[in-house]
Design a protein around this ligand. Structure first.
Ligand code: AMP
Ligand code: TRP
Length: 328
């Protein structure tokens, strides 16, 4: 069975961008692949974070994933910092990556540009991500479009390490969904919807109530025209609504657009589709939030399993690069 691996930062509430771009593929993948999913708490430390909030969000993220359909008895679900092999392999890969290629990553340039003092970890972030992926002999990485460049780097590092030190890593491939791979902020449709930098009114959380969803979609920025067409460059707000409806219904955005002659009815149908999709997810989140111990226990089991899965690749990499064997 193919191995799939992916990760998500516990940096805020899961939103429909995460859902359509990534999590929905993860749920589908667990049934047909050997699936490993990771809540990447170490990655969340690259930006300012409040320790108490990080602690709470780590469990909340796990709850959101399980409520969305991940079954911890079917896939392996765990927290990155619970498996020390991730940081250990990251060092070996940092010794394989170059400063120049990390500096060129668009996410580093974007996230670093408004900060006075950029953390060194923001630069090395994609190397830790490569370690996450390569530890599990991953074939496919289901992610949204914003991670394309990072997966490319993970591939480059795997290929370089293999050619320098001998065949060690499986070279992974990105799996990016055909629709809604980049859901935009409803208030600023030129920016992607984001847990950490999105606008509150422009971000639909998977835990939002029907009223919240309706309010946010009704106030979504469109444009001063009134015709409904799928044209992401000229009409980003309208295109985003069409993408959301397309992701929810499976119909092509152009086909959907042809049925509407005004923005109001389009928005009403987007609300209906999202409410139908998210109502059961929200109910499960409320249920699981009453019993966080169950999810924490599943994460503990997941970490033990992930630790076992990760150790052969780490041992191979250590031996290949010339580190001596350690006891135990
Ligand atoms: P993050 O929230 O950055 O930890 O991302 C977790 C997963 O969700 C990654 O696979 C991202 O590519 C995906 N993702 C995040 N934001 C969006 C978005 N606005 N549209 C589509 N996918 C997204
Ligand atoms: N960098 C990813 C994001 O921000 C999260 C991530 C960390 C990840 N490690 C990963 C995704 C490994 C896929 C595979 O979305």
């Amino acid at each position: 069975m193919a191995r799939i691996f992916s990760g998500i930062q516990p940096s805020g509430d899961l939103h429909v961008g995460n859902y359509f771009g990534a999590v929905r593929q993860w749920v589908a993948g667990q049934a047909v692949s050997d699936a490993v999913y990771c809540i990447v708490d170490l990655h969340a430390l690259t930006l300012d974070i409040d320790p108490a909030a990080l602690r709470a969000r780590t469990v909340d993220t796990a709850i959101g994933l399980v409520a969305s359909g991940l079954d911890p008895d079917v896939c392996t679900l765990f927290v990155q910092s619970h498996v020390p092999a991730h940081t250990e392999l990251a060092w070996l890969l940092e010794c394989t990556a170059s400063y120049g290629e990390l500096r060129r990553m668009t996410q580093f340039k974007d996230k670093g540009k408004d900060q006075e003092s950029v953390r060194a970890s923001l630069l090395t972030y994609p190397v830790l991500m490569a370690a996450d992926i390569l530890l599990y002999d991953t074939d496919r990485v289901p992610v949204g479009d914003d991670q394309r460049q990072h997966i490319e780097l993970a591939r480059d590092l795997a290929i370089r390490f293999n050619s320098r030190y001998g065949d060690t890593f499986v070279v992974p491939e990105a799996a990016i969904p055909p629709r809604a791979a980049r859901v935009m902020d409803l208030q600023r449709p030129e920016n992607k919807m984001s847990k950490s930098t999105g606008t509150p009114l422009g971000t639909i959380a998977i835990a939002d109530s029907a009223d919240e969803i309706a309010k946010k979609v009704r106030r979504a920025v469109t444009d001063t025209e009134s015709d409904v067409r799928y044209d992401p460059a000229a009409k980003p707000g309208v295109a985003n609504l069409l993408e959301l409806l397309s992701a929810a219904t499976g119909e092509e955005p152009d086909t959907i657009a042809a049925r509407y002659h005004a923005y109001g009815p389009l928005k009403a149908d987007v609300v209906e589709a999202l409410v139908e999709l998210l109502t059961p997810v929200r109910a499960r989140i409320l249920e699981l939030s009453d019993d966080p111990a169950t999810v924490s226990a599943a994460l503990e089991k997941g970490a033990a399993k992930a630790g076992r899965l990760a150790s052969p690749a780490l041992d191979r990499a250590r031996a290949a690069i010339g580190l001596t064997a350690r006891a135990g």
